[in-house]
Design a binder for this molecule. Structure first.
Ligand SMILES: [Zn+2]
Length: 217
């Protein structure tokens, strides 16, 4: 399989935008890929946006982002407190935030939720991503849950053992508030990455996977 890479970065490096409805979504869905990009590519900027969270979950979100982004100088973490579970019903302020965001970033690649995700907040974030950033490369990540809404992704990013371990460590260390969910476990995170690694022909055995509405070669 001939692997693809992003086109040449603009001067300075790639500008990456990560969007997550809740404190742990970005880490679950795409932190392995972000770790790889930071390590292997020229990256100028990562804007990391978490759209909900009271005091505790906001703290978790900042901690998780710090662990993934490390000392990367182009990191910008944005935290908002839209009401968890109510994004489509409190739609206007969330939409206004996306309009504000559009004026402050010009991303080369965007990581966001899957547009067919069963969680209403995730789905609304995906919808706003596509309606706000219409001429961009958008990769939609997966968040497993009891709804059984994982689809058939098309884009696979192989992850080495060290990156898989770091991602799982960050998730287990930073998000104590989520431990009560049956799916929030080390074996579940590893299991999904292993499955995607098989599908994605990953030599290391693990991968993250994404849905893409449009990819231009
Ligand atoms: Zn979420």
């Amino acid at each position: 399989m001939l692997p693809l890479r992003f086109g040449a970065p603009p001067a300075g490096g790639y500008r990456i935008l990560c969007l997550g409805a809740h404190s742990d979504d970005i880490e679950i869905g795409c932190s392995g890929t972000i770790l790889r990009l930071l390590e292997e590519e020229k990256v100028a900027e990562v804007t990391w946006v978490v759209l909900s969270g009271g005091a505790d979950r906001a703290r978790e979100a900042r901690r998780g982002a710090r662990r993934v982004l490390g000392r990367f100088p182009g990191a910008r973490v944005v935290q908002r407190e839209f009401r968890d579970g109510f994004f489509p019903y409190d739609a206007v302020p969330v939409k206004e935030f996306f309009e504000e965001l559009k004026r402050s970033v010009e991303p080369d690649v965007i990581f966001t939720h899957y547009r067919k995700d069963a969680h209403q907040d995730h789905r609304y974030v995906a919808e706003l991503t596509h309606s706000t950033f219409r001429r961009h490369l958008v990769l939609e990540y997966e968040v497993m849950k009891t709804d059984g809404d994982l689809g058939n992704p098309q884009v696979y990013v192989p992850l080495g053992a060290r990156t898989v371990r770091k991602k799982v460590d960050i998730l287990m260390d930073c998000f104590g508030s989520q431990r009560s969910h049956t799916w929030f476990s080390e074996d579940a995170f590893r299991g999904l990455m292993r499955l995607r690694g098989i599908e994605g022909l990953s030599a290391s055995g693990h991968a993250e996977a994404f849905h893409a509405r449009r990819i231009v070669l």
